[in-house]
Write a protein that binds this ligand. Structure first.
Ligand SMILES: [Zn+2]
Length: 341
């Protein structure tokens, strides 16, 4: 039976009460997938609820059983609303909207009593980077497997469109298949040098993902996502050359050979006086890969290496160390904090 997405969307619209709507995201023909995401305000219970519907699965008129839902914290919804308040004038349709890879966002903002909506194709456009936080908050509340769609939506903002387009998940048995299938000879030779000369600073496995840092004259951050069951490999490197660079080869060699390396130091930015927006920008922990008297070198969630000031404009150090095998970074941050007192 063929699924009619528009018909299914109609059913969804019929099912929900318009007055409960706070946010709605529709992904249509997005890499051949169709999703509906919604946040409602539950007036009686005085809390927010997030709904997720895979539009490709609805075969019947009654749609209840196709809906996944859960509560979403009030402060998260408020953050989304505040961001949309700040960028109200930016809400509009963006460029020519194709039917393929169509994305639309609607927000009913109770703070300014306005309905805001916009739509775009495939990637969040750079001039609308404020949308990134909204999408990240929403997707954080959805099943983890949907993260791949979030990363794709963010690709233009993270300068990874090109990488994303040729960086698709591939079938590869990391522990049995030959790396020659992926890497050419020149890349393998160079990668082997990185591996043998031990230019790894860190290599760590968290969940299905491996994270590594190779320090040449520059630092290269490598992320390898390997699904052992499905034998699916997805990888990226901050060097931006192409998906099959020598850094990736070196890391795969190290993973295959089950070598042990140092774990990353992890830091978090905590500031009691921060504004909501600052909080939003700093909600996750970072890998810390270096420190000097003024700056801390961190890797953000998208694999970008950046330097951030150790002290804020009041001269206060708000960095907190979560994990540090070597102790060098903890020591330095402690010294800075002691200096302040
Ligand atoms: Zn690389």
């Amino acid at each position: 039976m063929l699924i009619n997405v528009d018909k299914n969307l109609e059913k969804v619209n019929k099912f929900f009460k318009e007055r409960d709507l706070i946010l709605e995201i529709i992904l249509k023909n997005y890499e051949n997938y169709n999703f509906y995401i919604r946040i409602n305000y539950m007036e009686k219970e005085n809390f927010y609820k997030i709904f997720f519907i895979d539009l490709d699965t609805i075969f019947e008129d009654s749609i209840e059983k196709y809906i996944m839902s859960g509560p979403i914290l009030n402060y998260l919804v408020n953050k989304i609303l505040i961001i949309s308040c700040l960028y109200t004038n930016k809400f509009k349709k963006i460029g020519n909207i194709d039917e393929a890879n169509y994305v639309s966002l609607k927000i009913k903002n109770k703070f300014i009593k306005k309905e805001l909506s916009l739509s775009f194709n495939k990637y969040i456009p750079k001039e609308y980077n404020f949308l990134a936080d909204i999408f990240v908050f929403v997707f954080n509340e959805l099943p983890k497997k949907l993260d791949i769609f979030l990363f794709e939506l963010l690709a233009e903002l993270t300068n990874s469109v090109k990488k994303y387009e040729n960086n698709a998940r591939k079938n590869f048995d990391l522990f049995n298949d030959d790396l020659k299938l992926i890497f050419d000879e020149k890349t393998r030779e160079l990668g082997k040098i990185y591996y043998e000369k031990n230019w790894f600073k860190y290599l760590e496995k968290i969940g299905n993902n491996y994270y590594a840092l190779i320090a040449d004259e520059e630092n290269y951050f490598i992320e390898v996502d390997y699904d052992k069951e499905l034998k699916e490999l997805k990888m990226s490197c901050s060097c931006q050359t192409n998906e099959c660079c020598s850094h990736l080869y070196a890391v795969l060699l190290a993973i295959k050979n089950k070598k042990k390396y140092k774990k990353f130091c992890k830091v978090k930015y905590i500031d009691e006086t921060s504004t909501l927006i600052e909080d939003i920008l700093n909600f996750e922990f970072y890998f810390c890969i270096g420190i000097n008297d003024k700056d801390i070198k961190i890797v953000d969630t998208y694999g970008n290496i950046m330097e951030a000031p150790l002290k804020d404009y009041n001269g206060k150090c708000n960095w907190v160390v979560l994990e540090d095998e070597e102790g060098i970074i903890s020591k330095k941050i402690l010294a800075i904090k002691n200096d302040m007192i």
